[in-house]
Design a protein around this ligand. Structure first.
Ligand SMILES: [Zn+2]
Length: 315
């Protein structure tokens, strides 16, 4: 019996009670950022009406938990997530943390590393935005053209919060160069890299960089499954390369799909809302056809995300 758990929006869920987990998706996202007047606002009932069919499809496909990666600065709205969580048997995991520099709300800009860490520890141990709903992980992002001083502060605060609470840090990181810069900052603070997820690792086209990251203990996340802007053949190739090199247990797969967009007509982003089932209906069958075993698929889509998002109490 494994007593590690995931902190979901409504309850804590034992790892043993979970099957397939999607480690990077979006239900409610506001990419306009926190500086617009109606930022992250919407009628929760409307959000439920729009997003529930997508959750139902995911449920039918066997998804047992879904990680909401819309962090502070890009629309995190706890009452909306709570309403969605009440309407589905899929466990929803909510983030603390903050998006990249341009999206950091004023209230967080002036905080010291220690103050920010305390703020995030409060989100994880007590609850977010005055609710009793706790965050299950820390979601960050670094700017695509280089880590800014504010983002370096965020990374350092996240290390403190992760070390104190046991939650994983997932960071939007475009390309291997930025990843290197990032782990240098994390390493300088004594971060255990097994508690770090390289989000959007598929943005790095050199497979050797994925291998190097896996070797360091990092979770390497390929999170553009079913996206029309990402070659799915390439994602299969990236995934197979890590499996063949013996790093199955460092791979995470997700769609980075969704979402309800506040301020848009009908809540739909321009490109429409993308669902959460391609992994099951398209990608896994292709992995099997390329010789990947049932057991390996289970490691990648169940055991790895469970281990990533599990909270190791007292560790
Ligand atoms: Zn995302």
């Amino acid at each position: 019996m494994n007593s590690e758990y995931l902190q979901a929006v409504i309850r804590q869920v034992l790892v043993d009670d979970l099957g397939l987990i999607l480690p990077h998706e979006h239900l409610f996202t506001d990419l306009r950022g926190p500086h617009v007047p109606d930022y992250a606002q919407a009628d929760p009932d409307h959000v439920v009406r729009v997003m529930k069919p997508f959750l139902q499809q995911a449920e039918q496909a066997g998804v047992t938990a879904l990680v909401e990666c819309s962090t502070v600065g890009v629309g995190r709205n706890i009452p909306v997530l709570q309403c969605l969580a009440e309407q589905t048997s899929i466990h929803l995991i909510a983030p603390t943390g903050v998006y990249r520099d341009a999206y950091v709300p004023k209230s967080l800009k002036e905080m010291s590393i220690a103050e920010l860490a305390e703020n995030w520890i409060g989100d994880i141990e007590i609850g977010m935005d005055g609710t009793g709903i706790r965050a299950g992980f820390i979601k960050l992002a670094v700017s695509d053209d280089g880590i800014t001083p504010l983002e370096a502060r965020n990374l350092q605060a996240a290390v403190i919060a992760s070390q104190r609470t046991g939650v994983v840090i997932a960071s939007h990181t475009i390309g291997g160069r930025l990843f290197q810069d990032e782990i240098e900052i994390l390493g300088s603070k004594g971060m255990d890299l097994q508690r770090f997820i390289w989000v959007h690792a598929n943005s790095e086209k050199d497979k050797r960089k994925h291998l190097e990251a896996a070797r360091l203990g990092v979770f390497v996340e390929f999170d553009a499954i079913g996206a029309d802007w990402q070659s799915q053949e390439e994602l299969l190739d990236f995934t197979l390369a890590l499996i063949e090199a013996g790093f199955s247990d460092h791979i995470l797969l997700s769609h980075d799909a969704g979402w309800y967009q506040p301020g848009s007509p009908g809540g739909s982003p321009e490109a429409g809302i993308r669902g959460f089932t391609d992994l099951v209906t398209e990608f896994i069958p292709k992995l099997h056809s390329l010789g990947v075993s049932e057991n390996e698929v289970e490691i990648i889509t169940q055991k790895n995300p469970a281990r990533a998002f599990a909270i190791f109490k007292g560790a």
